[in-house]
Design a protein around this ligand. Structure first.
Ligand code: PMT
Length: 400
């Protein structure tokens, strides 16, 4: 999403400046060209050299630095920005922007930019609660700035309360969200992710290698595009994306109950989960003992959640996944048709970098009208964005 984009990271003075280093790293890792503006006070906490080395760009600190730039810094940075992020933003900086004061490079650049601005405040909790600060922050929201809530916890000044700079990973996620077109605004999306586990006894189960990465990426991307997202996830180690509601489940039966219990108002269902097709007929209440040389497990079918959804579609967009080891297109097309889907994402899991428990995927989209799109190998986050481009169109087409 940030590949080749210009981000201006504005840093004002506070103990949380060190966290901006990690935020810069996340932006550059995502392919952004990051330009840093530091206030004089920010330079007291971490040297500009640190940011210059990590960004690969000169750090801007001075409104009247004629030796550093040919252009007028505050105008060129303001023009160049696709996104402005102010982290940490002190009470002083928020107050100045709210009142229209522009007396240094950072404030003049903000005043001159037409890019979206994300403000991430960090300060002492009493300062944060001060009605003057609160009025200024409200003013910024009214002007159209995106303001992120600070985190709570123990502050550097020794106080406990609200005012900490949020984790850079969370700031990055909100920045992505600010930057993303909101083409799913008003859309209620249900995503399933991860494996299911079918208990054999209290310590053993039947399952598969799904990590949940594909489904979680779709949930995160849909949330960023303005959708209200419910994620129903089998057991995974992943962190629930910011702004997404998650219902954890264990087995196929639990996933079935969770999906059908929350179907009201859902416009789009994306079933990225790898649901176990079979479960033990009897799950033993006690740990099984090793008494015989051979053991036969009797398995029975689990409910096919997606097939049932296909039977009661009611105007919803239904998207399935198919992880195949042979005859990819034929098997995927059969599932698309049998389960009454609008689109199926076929992954050939014999290819390196595709399918289970990797960060990338190699997929094809099969549409109900027979159209097939072949995508290159890309991150699961990018696959999610490509998939949601299609979902947004399908959802719009179905609207009255
Ligand atoms: O989680 P990751 O590690 O990121 O891996 C991603 C993935 C490989 C799990 C994902 O991309 C994927 O392909 N998921 C579907 C796996 C699969 O093989 O599904 P299936 O062919 O068994 O089922 C087809 C569709 O029916 C799926 O959308 C599935 O969620 C759904 N289904 C299947 C069985 C069942 N009892 N109920 C269902 O709803």
């Amino acid at each position: 999403m940030f590949q080749g984009k210009s981000i201006v990271l504005g840093i004002s003075g506070g103990i949380a400046v060190y966290k901006a280093v990690e935020l810069l790293r996340l932006f550059t890792k995502a392919g952004a060209d990051v330009h840093i503006i530091m206030t004089k006070n920010a330079c007291e906490f971490v040297t500009p050299l640190t940011f210059q080395t990590l960004s690969g760009n000169p750090v801007h600190t001075d409104l009247f630095n004629l030796s550093q730039e040919q252009e007028i810094d505050h105008i060129s940075l303001a023009d160049r920005a696709d996104l402005f992020v102010l982290a940490p933003a002190t009470a002083n900086l928020v107050g100045k922007i709210a009142q229209g004061l522009a007396d240094d490079l950072l404030t003049t650049s903000i005043m001159a930019t037409k890019a979206p601005v994300l403000v991430v405040p960090a300060m002492n909790s009493n300062m944060y609660e001060n009605p003057v600060y609160q009025r200024n922050q409200k003013q910024l929201v009214e002007f159209g700035y995106h303001v992120m809530e600070p985190a709570s916890g123990s502050l550097a000044c020794g106080w406990e309360g609200k005012g900490k700079l949020p984790d850079p990973v969370e700031i990055f996620a909100v920045a992505e969200s600010v930057f993303t077109p909101k083409d799913l605004l008003g859309c209620h999306v249900l995503v399933t992710a991860g494996p299911t586990r079918e208990a054999i006894d209290p310590v053993r189960y039947v399952s598969n290698y799904s990590s949940g990465k594909m489904g979680f990426a779709i949930a995160a991307a849909a949330q960023q595009r303005g959708a209200q997202v419910l994620l129903i996830a089998g057991p995974t180690d992943l962190t629930v994306p910011v702004g997404v509601r998650c219902i954890p489940v264990f087995s196929a039966n639990e996933m079935h109950a969770a999906v059908f219990g929350h179907l009201e108002n859902i416009d789009v269902v994306v079933k990225a989960a790898a649901v176990a097709d079979y479960k033990p007929v009897d799950s033993m209440p006690q740990k099984m003992k090793k008494t015989t040389d051979e053991l036969t497990l009797h398995l029975e079918k689990t409910p096919d959640i997606l097939a049932e959804l296909g039977k009661q579609k009611e105007g919803r967009v239904l998207v399935g996944f198919a992880a195949e080891t042979e005859r990819l297109l034929a098997h995927a097309a059969e599932k698309l048709q049998k389960k009454n889907l609008d689109l199926i994402v076929a992954n050939d899991i014999t290819q390196e970098g595709a399918g289970f428990d990797v960060d990338t995927n190699i997929v094809r989209f099969l549409h109900a009208n027979g159209r097939v799109e072949e995508l290159e190998k890309m991150s699961k986050a990018e696959v999610a964005q490509q998939l949601l481009n299609q979902v947004a169109l399908l959802w719009k087409l179905k609207q009255p």
